[in-house]
Design a protein around this ligand. Sequence first.
Ligand code: 13P
Ligand code: 13P
Ligand code: MG
Ligand code: MG
Length: 366
Amino acid sequence: MKVTLSILKADVGSVGGHICPSAELMESVRQTVKEEGKGIIIDSFISHTGDDVAILATHKLGINSEKIHKIAWDAFLAGTKTAKAQGLYGAGQDLLKDSFSGNVKGMGPAVAEMEFEERPNEPFLFFAADKTDPGAYSLPLYLSFCDPMHNAGLLLSPKMTKGFKFTIMDVEHSDADKVIELNAPEDIYLIAALLRDGERFVVESIHSRDTGDQAAAISTTRLHNIAGKYTGKDDPVMLIRVQGAFPATGEVLSPFTIAPLVAGFMRGSHNGPLMPVKMNSSISFFDGPPVVCCLAFCVHEGKLTPPADAFDHPYWDWVRGRVSEKAQEIRRQGFFGAAMLPYSELEYGGIVDIMKKLESKFKVRK
Ligand code: 13P
Ligand code: 13P
Ligand code: MG
Ligand code: MG
């Protein structure tokens, strides 16, 4: 059977700052998906990562389905209504347009979708990250699809020796999608040259070169490109199919041990280490650190198993301890240098006003 997996994610309000949604907000989203999804959505799972609510839905309508996107939009509107009624912070934060226009892409919510013929066994991973942007997934994706140091299957599985095709988007180009296709292993230096810059180039999808099947779909939304000002970070979601012609689950998880420094953290303006966390985790230190959650599912005829919480394991407790130390190290230098994002990333914020004011006070020596 051909199935579509859709993740639609938005921050529509949170308790006590940018921390987490309320139980009532989550329930409004869940109810709307249940009611409007009747006869359309086969199965769904709703969770939050920090202040972002993600709807994972299975259906037969393909990617970019107006019906599915409308259900998600309505669910986020219902969540916003509850958020307003409870006085939650940032009610409707990620709903940047007043009315639905056929597809939530470009309207604020983050979207990652994949349509494929179900394998007899179909394990996949759902990722959601908060206080960061889509570039946060670039290093883990590079390592688990290009590097045998993390993906032993590149050496051990005959189904993976042909490598993977990366589709990478230039997110600076906001008029239309600007993408490039590059092949691992022969293009890995070119892939690395692009992925080095997570604010400009992000992975949109990855395909197996053995079967042609899609392995990964990643949200590429940059909110400031839509809103023209800072409204919140572009907290990204991602789907990865695993096993068989794709990396094993553990090979996808492996690079998350590194907890790379990524853009986000306080006011979306800093660099911080990406901490792997459990399902429905909240946010704390310095509005962070940036967090990522991974839920492992199997799907059969569109029906989802309950998720296995991939980062809920003693190994990741050890990682989290080390990531806290890494967060503290970079926080010790406050606003200085690499701790805060470069001007180009802050240009929609208050720093622009400060720079304008100072410009007139500068004197050029003759
Ligand atoms: P099992 O033998 O437990 O199925 O594991 C195989 C495998 O590929 C692990 O990565
Ligand atoms: P969110 O993008 O998660 O809402 O966070 C915004 C922020 O400013 C945190 O300090
Ligand atoms: Mg928020
Ligand atoms: Mg968020």
